[in-house]
Ligand binder design. Structure first.
Ligand SMILES: Nc1nc2c(ncn2[C@@H]2O[C@H](COP(=O)(O)OP(=O)(O)OP(=O)(O)O)[C@@H](O)[C@H]2O)c(=O)[nH]1
Length: 393
């Protein structure tokens, strides 16, 4: 030991954020069309050596009304389903399989008691589930500061689409939600990644046609083609889809877009347009490029989003003055910059939205001109013009 050892000034160890920040377990929701291959994909995850320690919660998590009710009573000791309804199975590849009957939330609470035994959660929903309410429940923001929201961070929503029957399902399915939006369209609209499975059963033409249809409904989420769910896990896990800026560059700017009418489209054919507008059962996407915003414009955008997402109308129309036919946004993503140079990310699932600032490291390489994409029903020209007005005046 050197003589001057005791005189050495100890180095200061910073442990502020590291010590206090609680690491949330990422959660991926897997939804998908009936029979599309969700269980096949999960079976693969549960049996292959991939190095992840994933807790997979299988099935029965699809009745959203039930989930919403349980979310309210999240820690109620009186919940009759809270105990004894789930089974855990530790698997050879380090994963944990949790099969649940009908108490999704209770099972996740139980699962979190095993925290440390896994570092990722995958939740499979039933083929009829709308991922929107489930995603918003786990999406950590001010609305859910406690309970599961403090332990779990929603990483992304993955939709498995059947390459053989998917197109038919999307085109023919009629929803029973009063808006006529079928579950398959809700699933595609609400997903961050699409796994187009069973590509071995279709021709190249069928594949491109299904892909084109998916892209028209959801132009922002990547599509991966698979056979029996064979996919590199990094395409579906660790997406951080609700925190990092969406990759919006693939889609064309539609500031001057016109409007192509299809058989399903019931708008009048006014306007000098050529375009990217396409509707299926009233669902379409709307993309608007976003210039660098002043503080006032940012506030106006915030107010506009409240009108549209919370009250289902644009500011030009009051809720009672005949708003655009059933305006209903299922998903919204955006990235834009304010005049102080700060980059922002906009995320919305149904009526919950968040505008968050990126730090310098996260902002590297992101262009100043941004884009806002909405997916939902009733996204017609008046809505586009209304949003463009907010962003440019
Ligand atoms: N040919 C072919 N068959 C597949 C593929 N993926 C899955 N299957 C078969 O399709 C059937 C349905 O697959 P599942 O994984 O059970 O589908 P699922 O989405 O979990 O079904 P539900 O839970 O009933 O909605 C099974 O017989 C699978 O073996 C694929 O890529 N190609």
């Amino acid at each position: 030991m050197p003589a001057d050892f005791d005189d050495e000034i100890p180095e200061l160890i910073e442990h502020d954020d590291v010590a206090t920040e609680v690491k949330r377990v990422p959660l991926t929701i897997i939804c998908g069309f009936l029979g599309a291959g969700k269980s096949t994909l999960l079976k693969r995850i549960l049996t292959e050596k991939h190095g992840y320690r994933i807790a997979v919660i299988m099935n029965e998590f699809g009745d959203t009304a039930d989930i919403e009710a349980k979310a309210i009573n999240i820690s109620s000791p009186d919940d009759p389903n809270a105990e004894g309804s789930e089974e855990f199975l530790e698997l050879a590849n380090g994963c944990l399989c949790c099969s649940i009957k009908d108490s999704g939330i209770a099972a996740i609470e139980k699962l979190m008691e095993k925290k440390g035994a896994f570092d990722y959660i995958i939740l499979e929903t039933t083929g009829l589930a709308d991922p929107g309410p489930i995603a918003s429940m786990f999406w950590h923001n001010e609305e859910f500061p406690s309970g599961l929201g403090s332990d779990i961070a929603l990483d992304g929503v993955v939709c498995v689409v059947d390459a053989l029957f998917g197109q038919k399902q999307m085109e023919e399915e009629h929803g029973t939600d009063g808006l006529g939006i079928g579950e398959s369209l809700r699933q595609i609209a609400g997903s961050d990644v699409i796994v187009l499975n069973k590509v071995d059963l279709v021709t190249a033409d069928q594949l491109s046609s299904t892909e084109a249809l998916i892209k028209r409904i959801n132009p922002i989420s990547p599509i991966h083609r698979t056979v029996k769910g064979e996919i590199e896990l990094h395409h579906i896990l660790d997406l951080n889809a609700y925190a990092k800026p969406p990759e919006l560059h693939e889609t064309s700017s539609t500031t001057n877009a016109s409007h192509i009418h299809t058989a399903d489209c019931d708008h009048p054919t006014d306007g000098p347009v050529k375009s990217t507008h396409y509707e299926l059962r009233g669902i379409s996407s709307l993309q608007v490029s976003c210039p660098v915003l002043t503080k006032a414009q940012l506030n106006s955008l915030d107010a506009w989003l409240r009108d549209v997402l919370w009250d289902n109308h644009i500011p030009e129309q009051t809720a009672t003055s005949g708003s655009p036919a059933e305006l209903n946004v299922l998903r919204c993503k955006g990235a834009f910059t304010t005049e102080d140079g700060v980059h922002h990310v906009l995320q919305a699932v149904r009526n919950i939205y968040e505008i968050s600032e990126l730090d310098a490291a996260q902002s590297l390489g992101i262009p100043d001109i941004g884009k806002i994409v909405l997916i939902g029903k009733g996204l017609d020209e008046p809505v586009r013009r209304s949003l463009e007005k907010v962003l440019t005046q």
